[in-house]
Design a protein around this ligand. Structure first.
Ligand code: GTP
Length: 183
């Protein structure tokens, strides 16, 4: 029996509205950045991506939750049982990092085994104008160390750090997905 049949691995996107969760999913799954007016997610959206882990195929299910606080209760439905959570914050918005801390606390209260990734978004903006940065890299790294999370800064617009590093959960050597297949 394949890993696909036995171990569907879900992960969830969490974070304040407009931090760029949907854009990250678009970049990761479809390798594109959608331009045009911002459309907020309503409730949550589900996207599936088959990935190869060793000689197995895992269907990675991604729950892209709505960041608006009015959907907060609904978001809880999606992170319960999630194998991993990508908690996003916008590098140009301090309050989005406060919101990220909130989601980390929620995840820790709900499931200690959920693997947490902290993802700073829109690094293209801070690279083109350093003055736009409101969230310090080292502050987040300290927090990541404290909670045992991986930490990345990405741009869905340019693709920077999305494919190459942690958000690309497609890493074949990733022990997390290997354990999904072999546990
Ligand atoms: N410059 C830049 N803009 C981005 C990036 N990622 C997202 N955006 C923009 O930020 C806005 C919000 O992006 P979304 O991906 O819809 O944000 P979201 O977190 O899914 O929002 P909700 O559905 O409300 O929770 C859009 O206008 C995007 O084009 C990025 O990496 N760089």
């Amino acid at each position: 029996m394949t890993c696909l049949e036995m171990y569907p691995a879900n992960f969830v996107m969490l974070g304040k509205e407009s931090v760029g969760k949907t854009s990250l999913v678009e970049r990761y799954v479809h390798h594109r950045f959608l331009v045009g007016p911002y459309q907020n997610t309503i409730g949550a959206a589900f996207v599936a991506k088959p990935i190869q882990v060793g000689d197995k195929v895992v269907t990675l299910g991604i729950w892209d939750t709505a960041g608006s606080e009015r959907y907060e209760a609904m978001s809880r439905i999606y992170y319960r049982g999630a194998r991993a959570a990508i908690v996003c914050y916008d590098l140009t918005d301090t309050s989005s990092f406060q919101r990220a801390r909130f989601w980390v606390k929620e995840l820790q209260n709900c499931d200690k085994h959920c693997k947490i990734y902290l993802c700073g978004t829109k690094i293209d903006l801070t690279e083109s104008d350093r003055g736009l940065r409101q969230v310090d890299y080292h502050d987040v790294q300290d927090f990541a160390d404290e909670i045992g999370a991986k930490h990345f800064e990405t741009s869905s617009k340019t693709g920077n750090n999305v494919e190459e590093t942690g958000i690309d959960l497609d890493q074949k050597k990733d022990s997390y997905f290997s354990s999904c297949c072999h546990s």
